[in-house]
Design a binder for this molecule. Sequence first.
Ligand code: SAH
Length: 365
Amino acid sequence: MSAGSETPLEAELRAQIAQDGPITIAQYMAQALGHPKHGYYMSRDPFGGRGDFITAPEVSQIFGELIGVWCAAGYQMIGAPDRFALVELGPGRGTLMSDVLRAAKVMPGFLAAAEVHLVETSPLLTQNQKIKLGGAGIPVTWHESFEDVPEMPIIVLANEFFDALPIRQIQKRQAGWHERVVGLEAGALTFGLAQSETPPAFVDADAPEGTIAEISSARDHVAHALGARLAAHGGCGLIIDYGHTHSAAGDTLQAMSKHGYVDVLHRPGHCDVTSHVDFESLARSIEAGGAKTYGPVPQGPFLHAMGLEVRAEKLKEKAMSRQKRLINSAVERLAGRDQMGELFKVLALSHPDCPMPAPFEGLSP
Ligand code: SAH
């Protein structure tokens, strides 16, 4: 890569590593996404056809509407409180929340009781969310951390939020397990290994050399806080993301730019750096906090059970033929097995006294 194409964050990281030594993968991810000035989310709207990737709420309004129907049922399930916080972690463009509010209107009392609380660190996306939700006729408050959301019953949503929280990687070598780091070689960012580390419990002691295990205290911390909040004040929620049902070894760190995968160390600050979510670990942390979890189930069966086909047919009734084709391809994108239907998972969480939320009873993980 020519020196001219170096990103400002790359220059900063190289100087920092030259002075203080290699950084962990978690530190790299945190900087690449959240550096106050040069972080990926800090200054750009990455979503949609002209951006770097597309998320389910941006594929079709049907996604948010079905989640809204789930929230409306969840509101009843938690006892239809007079006041509750409708919380979203990492709301992007605000599209999901906007579609949820429109769909959940059908539940009497829902909108009158709801206060929207958005957890977002990006100033630019906060602005976009303000524009999108300004006309919703409902109070909306922004927070930098979930812990700042006021204590009351909550219905919480997180779509593609946890994948953006930093992970560490621990790699097996002949002599044992080591922390994987980002260092310098001939002045360029490169992966390396540092001090020895204890591997997480889910990896085999005799795993082959080169095996990588991923752990995330950042994800587990938020998950624990959600569980504790639900246990103390009541509520329920959905976490939706790409990832695996059971903890397992594997390198899932990835970077995306313009709808394609790129090297994880390529142009830091200009590419989205994420990893697959370990749902078993997430669920364990939520339960350690005191709440119950259900699933995860794959997104395709979840959306079908929530009425994807019925809603799509309804929309098609009023549509022209081009729009009909767009609706069909959105349904395929959201629920198709080789698209978002299988890799993406849905985990429900609720106060321990709540019954199993629909549609989880009919779905197997
Ligand atoms: N949920 C949206 C956006 C997903 S992208 C959608 O589905 O379209 C990830 C979102 O999480 C962005 O809004 C990003 O700014 C936000 N985010 C990333 N890291 C965060 C953090 N540590 N705290 C709060 N928000 C964060």
